[in-house]
Design a binder for this molecule. Structure first.
Ligand code: FMN
Length: 223
């Protein structure tokens, strides 16, 4: 088993998977670990719908169809717009990913194809849709975010790779139909998961992190 530091440092977003499925008992093991995530008042608000096999394939097909036929991709909760230095980081993130995929900056078709990979779940054998009640706001979304990271680390410790995907907030009606997501729930993100295909160029992506001084501000004396 990994130690925690190793799981934290080695987890990264994987965007190319082998078709080999993760055995059900291993999936249940990581899901049971993730249940230990904290939540305000211990309400455990995450609702997780996992598609595998034929269900994953038909959902993939339906999402690609929706994304390529010009249907609107109204998201229940839009993806945030990044500004200033956040926008710069967003661009740097895309440059690193598309660079590793061999897509030039002006290559609109290449970029579109790359973004459609989200709806193919990057060929992952499983996709988890992470949801919460529609009536909840950012406080509960914070709980669900903690759950998602706990789940990704639990997966990492078992050699299972993943990619969180805000892109899978698009076409919520398609996902709801295939996964039987209740009407009163909203999708926060998807999580494609499985075993990494090391030969996929996108998996050479390495996203850097800033030093803690960019994000953390000590006030008062720390010894
Ligand atoms: C909530 C969330 C949503 C994300 N959405 C997407 C997405 O839609 N598509 C994608 O390819 N990556 C997505 N990512 C992955 C981020 O791009 C990635 O975490 C970031 O670039 C840092 O890289 P790393 O995960 O490899 O450390 C998302 C990550 C998070 C946490």
């Amino acid at each position: 088993m990994y130690d925690l530091d190793q799981a934290i440092c080695e987890r990264r977003s994987v965007r190319g998977f082998l078709s080999k499925p993760v055995p059900r008992d291993v999936l249940e093991e990581v899901l049971a670990l993730a249940q230990h995530a904290p939540s305000n008042c211990n309400v455990q608000p995450w609702r997780v719908y996992i598609a595998s096999g034929h269900t994953a394939d038909t959902l993939r097909g339906a999402l690609i169809q929706a994304a390529t036929t010009g249907e609107s991709s109204a998201m229940m909760t839009p993806i945030d717009r990044f500004f200033g230095t956040y926008r710069e980081k967003q661009i740097a993130c895309a440059v690193e990913l598309y660079g590793k995929m061999g897509i030039e900056r002006g290559d609109r078709v290449g970029r579109l194809k790359a973004s459609l990979r989200n709806f193919e779940f990057f060929d992952a054998p499983h996709v988890a849709y992470i949801c919460m009640a529609k009536s909840f706001g950012i406080g509960v979304a914070l709980d669900v975010g903690m759950y998602v990271q706990t789940l990704m680390l639990a997966m990492q410790s078992r050699g299972i790779s993943s990619c969180a995907q805000a892109a899978l907030r698009a076409f919520p009606e398609v996902a709801a139909e295939h996964l039987d997501i209740p009407d009163d729930e909203q999708i926060l993100c998807g999580l494609s998961c499985g075993y990494e295909d090391p030969d996929v160029p996108a998996n050479q992506t390495r996203q850097p992190r800033d030093p803690i001084s960019s994000n953390v501000f000590f006030r008062g004396d720390v010894c």
